[in-house]
Write a protein that binds this ligand. Structure first.
Ligand code: PRP
Length: 183
């Protein structure tokens, strides 16, 4: 194991804060969807797998969990990067109450793409939830249930990675700039 303090700056969201917020979000979602048959959670791999698991386990309503994977090619640091679907849902979602579950809204391109793509499949309803949203210029995308707003810095933990590292930290921390700027 490496010494995390050498690579991570401040902790932005503690484990306790995260768990409390997710429990509140799940209560709100459960109340809003009360009375429907089930909701269909569309989790966006890879980053959202931890948020999805905690959120789903806190829901008091019937739910199905399914996954999509999208390409990140050309997105980081680029305005022109386009989003492509790499792995589709297992089932059709026509007539389902769909909730897209994202870990982070950064430029907004991924969630924007998914809302458009899934809306065309005739779901009964379509909403979005994101664990965190960066405070920066981004495509205007409605996030119906947002966990936290965060500053525009590189964050890791709770599903978010740097070169596949740090995803399973139970808290969210800022990555030191020298880590991602060094060659
Ligand atoms: C991250 C994150 C979101 C997306 C958000 O995915 O999981 O899906 O970027 O960025 P955007 O708002 O600018 O589109 P990433 O490409 O890092 O893949 P990963 O989840 O597999 O780590």
């Amino acid at each position: 194991m490496t010494d995390l303090a050498q690579e991570l700056a401040t902790v932005l969201l503690s484990e306790e804060e995260i768990q409390l917020r997710i429990s509140d979000m799940a209560a709100q979602i459960s109340a809003d969807y009360a009375g429907i048959d089930r909701i269909y959670l569309v989790s966006v791999l890879k980053g959202a797998f931890i948020f999805t698991a905690d959120l789903a386990r806190n829901l008091d309503i019937n739910h199905v969990v399914d996954f999509v994977a999208v390409s990140s090619y050309g997105r980081k640091g680029s305005q022109s990067g386009e989003v492509r679907l790499l792995m589709d849902l297992r089932q059709p979602i026509a007539g389902e109450h769909v909730l897209i579950v994202e870990d982070i809204v950064d430029s907004g391109k991924t969630i924007h793409y998914l809302v458009e793509a899934l809306a065309s499949r005739q779901p009964a309803s379509l909403k979005t939830t994101a664990f965190v949203q960066k405070e920066r210029e981004q495509l205007s995308v409605p996030v119906d249930y947002l966990g936290f707003k965060i500053p525009d810095v590189w964050v890791v933990g709770y599903g978010l990675d740097y070169a596949e590292r740090f995803r399973t930290l139970p808290y969210v921390a800022e990555l030191k700039k020298e880590v991602y700027t060094k060659k």
